[in-house]
Design a protein around this ligand. Structure first.
Ligand code: PLP
Length: 454
């Protein structure tokens, strides 16, 4: 337990998300008090490179005067208004226009929420609503993938394909189905090429749709690159094959761009990097560089027309949040996008991917690393006990946590998801900082290897 007063007060008062609550009582928190660039500083004055951009999200790092000023000015002009019942305000209109202009395929309208989970729950409800409008009330089932991550609200947690999101929460809810995870390293059969593996994933999707009945399957949710499931980049031809199956059975493609959106994979959208043409797209996190909570759902014209028809029948589109399109969050998000444009942040991220991916892939030669995988400015290494057999280190959670702890001791914050260590730094990162990040990570892997061998 770290010996300052914040730790004791935190343990006494604060119930943490995604934390082993019992362990927290003995270990306490790492309390961050300020940030600058890609660095954050704890309450003992120790500095860390934030190797995960907070939660895959702080694209501009941890300080920005312009965003602070825009928030202040918007608070003075109009701190709050809503968009229920035909009300509107300029920050929401401006941001909706900006997102439509950026969309990877033609989109018709933008709906705002406050988090990725709320955006994805919104999509689930929209899909159900839409299919009532289209007179096919049985077409309601939604497919996502094992190891996909879509959030924690009841529908989004159900879509998430990770056991911790379901166990003891009595989830998933009905009508949510999970199909295979496109992780070649872990799930390919002996001798199966990436191409053959992608074909098999698409065949398994088609079998699931046929087993359930195509008239009952409405949509499939995919993160272009799976994030919290371990940073999994599907094989090159995977999405073409998946989309062909979905089109055949009139199943909508929902792209969850909550991590991938806004430059993370080397293009504005993960859809562009991975060759996806979505019907619906959700985004959050780097939408506002995480300076304020805001998320968005974009829908195409066909979806919008169905929502409109049904809302007219019922009298209203009966869904929305008090803070949908909150003016301060929307103004900050719009300014964030202007800053991205002015500094060519997406171009910078593309240029930084070269040294980033070179350092990442070089870790594949480390004795603890079975796979080093990534694209653009996101990646992960998987820790194994035996590189040849890919045997996991038992217990599965220990190796990742050990390496993450050694990284933290060396001034680097990374996240371990089981035995995969994710790296996803602020997109503003510079070449020398990338060098430093990976030198600390390699030192942490060395220390981890030594500790795990002992
Ligand atoms: N979708 C993806 C791909 C995510 O990575 C996350 C969060 O990490 C979410 C949805 C949920 O977003 P939030 O935590 O803002 O609810």
């Amino acid at each position: 337990l770290r010996g300052n007063s914040n730790a004791a007060r935190d343990i006494a008062a604060h119930l943490h998300p995604y934390t082993n609550l019992k362990k927290h009582e003995s270990e306490g928190p790492l309390t961050i008090v300020r940030g600058k660039g890609v660095y954050v500083t704890d309450d003992d004055g120790k500095e860390y490179i934030e190797g995960l951009a907070g939660l895959w999200s702080a694209a501009l790092g941890f300080d920005n005067e312009r965003l602070a000023r825009v928030a202040y000015e918007q608070m003075r002009q109009l701190p709050f208004y809503h968009s229920f019942n035909h009300r509107s305000h300029e920050p929401a209109i401006n941001l909706a226009e900006k997102l439509l202009a950026m969309a990877p395929v033609p989109m018709s309208k933008v709906f705002f929420a406050n988090s990725g989970s709320e955006a994805n729950d919104t999509v689930v409800k929209m899909v159900w609503y839409m299919n009532n409008a289209l007179g096919r009330p049985a077409k309601k089932k939604i497919i996502s993938r094992i190891k996909g991550y879509h959030g924690v609200t009841v529908a989004a947690a159900s879509l998430t394909g990770l056991p911790a999101n379901h166990r003891s929460f009595d989830l998933p809810i009905a009508n949510i189905l999970h199909t295979s995870c496109p992780h070649h390293y872990r799930f390919a059969q002996d001798g199966e090429t990436e191409e053959q593996f992608a074909t098999r994933c698409a065949e398994e999707l088609e079998q699931l749709i046929l087993k359930e009945g195509p008239d009952t399957v409405a949509a499939m949710f995919c993160e272009p690159v799976l994030g919290a499931g371990g940073v999994i980049v599907p094989p090159r031809t995977y999405y073409a094959k998946i989309q062909a199956v979905l089109k055949k059975y009139d199943v909508l493609f929902v792209a969850d761009e909550v991590i991938c959106g806004f430059g993370r994979t080397g293009n504005v959208w993960g859809c562009q990097t991975l060759g996806i043409e979505p019907d619906i797209l959700s985004c959050a996190k780097a939408l506002s560089a995480s300076f304020l909570p805001i998320s968005a759902v974009m829908v195409n014209e066909r979806v919008y027309q169905a929502l409109k028809t049904e809302s007219d029948k019922i009298g209203t589109f009966g869904h929305g949040f008090t803070y949908s399109g909150h003016p301060v969050a929307a103004a900050v998000a719009l300014e964030t996008q202007k800053i991205y444009d002015e500094m060519d942040l997406f171009g910078h991220a593309r240029r930084m991917s070269e040294p980033f991916q070179r350092h990442l892939k070089a870790l594949a030669d480390h004795p603890l690393v079975g796979e080093a995988m990534g694209v653009g400015m996101v990646g992960a290494v998987e820790l194994v006990g035996d590189k040849k057999t890919k045997a996991v280190i038992e217990p599965v959670t220990s190796a990742g946590a050990t390496v993450a702890r050694h990284a933290q001791e060396r001034g680097l914050i990374v996240r371990n998801m089981g035995d995969r260590i994710a790296i996803c730094p602020p997109l503003i990162i510079q070449p020398a900082e990338i060098d430093e990040l990976f030198s600390r990570l390699r030192a942490a892997l060395d220390a981890g290897a030594e500790e795990l061998r002992a």
